[in-house]
Design a protein around this ligand. Structure first.
Ligand SMILES: C[S@@+](CC[C@H](N)C(=O)[O-])C[C@H]1O[C@@H](n2cnc3c(N)ncnc32)[C@H](O)[C@@H]1O
Ligand code: SF4
Length: 444
């Protein structure tokens, strides 16, 4: 196994989009073409409804490992102007589409949505959801340290049934190094309250490969976690990108479990989760067999977008807020990444798009192929493409991570831990530009 790790522990994308953001053709992008692509897609897919992602970037303190787009502040006066901007952005989209889209899936991410007061979230959501005839799959990310009963009640009353709690690790030494503190009893109390209120799915985020993480600490964390029985668990590989996130320089690389040590943490966590009844859904995700994600995987309907794995497939994702990414199925657009730039674009009544990519038919084909590998762990390849892809997979085939049977590429059990490496064989942009090592975090 050590040999495999050394061989495949290369920089690799997570493939929440294809092309991946660093490979977007931003030079050829223009907002008006994106908008006409969105309108065309909406004309075909509006009846099925859209996914809406709202990025709420503020956090009260910086967790040093964090790779998300955040703004650290203790000043809660930032809430109202930001919410007003989100509502204006939604109005712009509604005007462009000529109606209020049906929201099939809604996710509040961040940053920390629970940084905002329950009252402000209520105001935001009452306005966003005005005109919806039925609720959909609504979820939000919550920090155990500032999630209140009022947050849970208000969001449930607005139709939210899924909550995702950031935990990462309960080990006090790790929590100290990552400057992030939450106790088992806080998480327990929120989980119980959420269930009493009526939430039907509770997710916990855990990370392996954090500074100071040890097997003993991880065993304790997972034992605590499985006692609380969340429906889903995301078990992420720590992404170390200090050149993008200088906060990660608060600890040294010597503090990080790497290579074999990191992989052993993953294997240990995975084994414990399997033994506790959690099924592996796809890269990084586990769920109880009663959960919608597991059922959709069994039914072959699992999908993956910028929000991660989801049980439903909408063709259009609109992202509101700073740094959010929208996906109109024939192109991507990302909003301004700085709060000030976002607010000033909205003040000028403009869509705050900073960059994007207009997909070619080849991009769309590869995107579908990567999704099949990520969600179904199997892919049917056209005969014309087979020799090239087979040649790129040669060493993964020899190492029994993947097999080719006729036109089918099947991920083998051990290959599930190397999904990102397998998908790289399809990533034409990466092969064209040969830039992998410079842009992404390590695959394992
Ligand atoms: C926006 S945060 C979750 C909500 C809330 N801000 C919190 O921290 O509880 C999203 C999740 O991304 C994951 N994450 C953040 N930085 C990461 C990194 N560098 N590597 C891997 N996962 C990371 C964490 O598991 C985190 O819970
Ligand atoms: S992990 Fe969550 S709370 Fe911590 S800085 Fe990142 S987004 Fe904020």
């Amino acid at each position: 196994m050590l040999n495999l790790l050394q061989k495949y522990n290369v920089a690799a994308p997570r493939y929440t989009s294809y092309p991946t953001v660093p490979h977007w053709d931003t030079q050829d992008f223009n907002t008006s073409s994106y908008i006409s692509g969105l309108k065309t897609a909406y004309a075909s897919y509006s009846a099925a409804g859209i996914s809406l992602y709202i990025h709420l970037p503020f956090c009260e303190s910086l967790c040093t490992y964090c790779g998300c787009n955040t703004r650290i502040t203790k000043n809660h006066k930032v809430e109202s102007p930001y919410i007003d901007a989100l509502l204006k952005e939604w109005e712009i989209y509604k005007k462009l589409l000529g109606e209020t889209p049906k929201i099939k899936e809604l996710h509040l991410g961040g940053g920390t949505p629970t940084f905002f007061s329950a009252e402000n979230l209520k105001y935001l959501l009452e306005n966003i959801l005005a005109g919806q005839k039925e609720t959909g799959d609504y979820s939000f990310e919550a920090h155990p340290d500032n999630t209140t009963l009022e947050h849970l009640q208000v969001l449930y009353s607005m139709g939210f049934t899924r909550i995702s709690l950031g935990i990462q690790d309960f080990d006090p030494r790790v929590q100290f190094l990552i400057n992030r503190f939450q106790t088992v009893s806080q998480v327990d109390a929120i989980t119980k309250s959420a269930r009493e209120i009526g939430y039907t799915s509770v997710n916990y985020d855990l990370i392996y490969g954090l500074p100071g993480q040890s097997k003993t600490g991880l065993i304790n964390t997972i034992q605590e976690v499985v006692q609380l029985k969340p429906d889903r668990i995301a078990f992420y590989s720590y992404a170390h990108v200090p050149w993008v996130k200088p906060g990660q320089r608060h600890f040294t690389e010597q503090d990080l479990p790497q290579g074999q040590a990191k992989f052993e943490l993953y294997e240990l966590g995975k084994k414990m989760l399997n033994e506790a009844g959690y099924e592996e859904i796809g890269m990084d995700h586990f769920a109880l067999s009663t959960d919608a994600l597991f059922k959709s995987k069994l039914a072959g309907q699992l999908h993956r977008n910028f929000m991660g794995y989801t049980p439903m497939h909408t063709k259009i994702l609109i992202g509101l807020g700073v740094s959010s990414i929208s996906d109109c199925s024939n192109g991507y657009a990302q909003n301004e990444k700085k709060v000030e730039d976002y607010l000033s674009r909205i003040a000028m009544a403009e869509l705050p798009i900073q960059k994007g990519h207009l997909s070619t038919s080849q991009d769309q084909k590869i995107r579908t192929q990567i999704l099949a590998l990520m969600c179904q762990e199997a892919l049917w390849i056209e005969s014309a493409d087979l020799p090239k892809i087979k040649a790129r997979l040669a060493s993964l085939i020899t190492d029994e991570l993947v097999e080719v049977q006729g036109n089918w590429i099947n991920v083998k059990p051990l290959g599930k831990s190397f999904l990102r490496n397998i998908c790289m064989a399809l990533d034409e942009k990466m092969w064209e530009k040969n830039t992998a090592g410079l842009l992404f975090s390590a695959a394992i």
